[in-house]
Design a protein around this ligand. Sequence first.
Ligand SMILES: [Zn+2]
Length: 343
Amino acid sequence: MLEKIYVLYMLHLIFQFALTLPLQDVDQNEDLFLMPDLSYLGSSVFKEPNSESGKLVDTWNETSEINPEELGEYAEGDIRFPKKGRNGMIAETFRWPNGVIPYTIEGNFDSDSLKNIERAMDIYHKYTCIKFRGKQSSDDDYIAIVSASTGCWSSVGRIGGRQEVNLQNPGCTSKVGTPIHELMHAAGFLHEQNRFERDDFVTIAWQNIKRGHESNFDKAESSKTTGFGVPYDFRSVMHYSGTAFSVNGKPTIIPKDSTKTEKMGQREGFSRGDITKLNKMYNCPEKTTAVTGSNNGNTNSNSNAESNKTDNKNENKENSNPLVNIAQGIIHALFQKTKAQRK
Ligand SMILES: [Zn+2]
């Protein structure tokens, strides 16, 4: 009997060890691995918070075709770093130990905005191993959620010390997806449409992009970022809207596959792919299994997670937004090529 228990225990240990192997495989072999070096984003990543971005977000409302975080005059719209210590800061950008992200809420948020921020965190807690918890005196590194009139923005990953996530109130807080989006930057993720292999899935219509904003569509470096095995994900909460940074209202991002209508730029909640990537980054396969049925989550990475249906009470309201529907009509997507098909 004892021998049986011993054998079972050893099998359990081996199984636990095996669960960690795919992560190592991903890190070594997958296309992109999210690293702290964001130097490819150029000097715009150090842009100071500015009121121009805030004024643009002030004009935003829920009927807008694009998302408020796509209005910022920052790197890719909403990514920024403090100016001091440029390269050092970049090099130190990293994951949050054990997925714990201490935070303070320092902005002037009305109760609805606060609820959406808290709901965003609850959705992280439900579907990932990220743990937002109030900053304690022993926490050196934390995010301060502020509400300056400078738009929606965040740094990418843990940069050390206090780092701000700005959620202009109410422009950046009226949909739960915008806090989810900015917090996913803070957790360590860049924009989906800037994945290095995105040209296989979308065409960037450079002629429709506002002059001076072309760099928002620069691709990430293949050696510095990873998709954690999740195929290009049109439904990612980190994907821009199809008309982001458009000068003329025409699409700036056009899916190559027009057979299915897809919601690029959705801010209703995580896609399954988002959940898979977060849980791979933070070594938490069991949460992915709970949502997708497999710990790599790839099969359903392009469909929205249950989180959207169960946690987002505004989903129906948002789906009925006529402008969003028009945008969806224009922008057809969903393209899940297998790696073999890609090239
Ligand atoms: Zn963003």
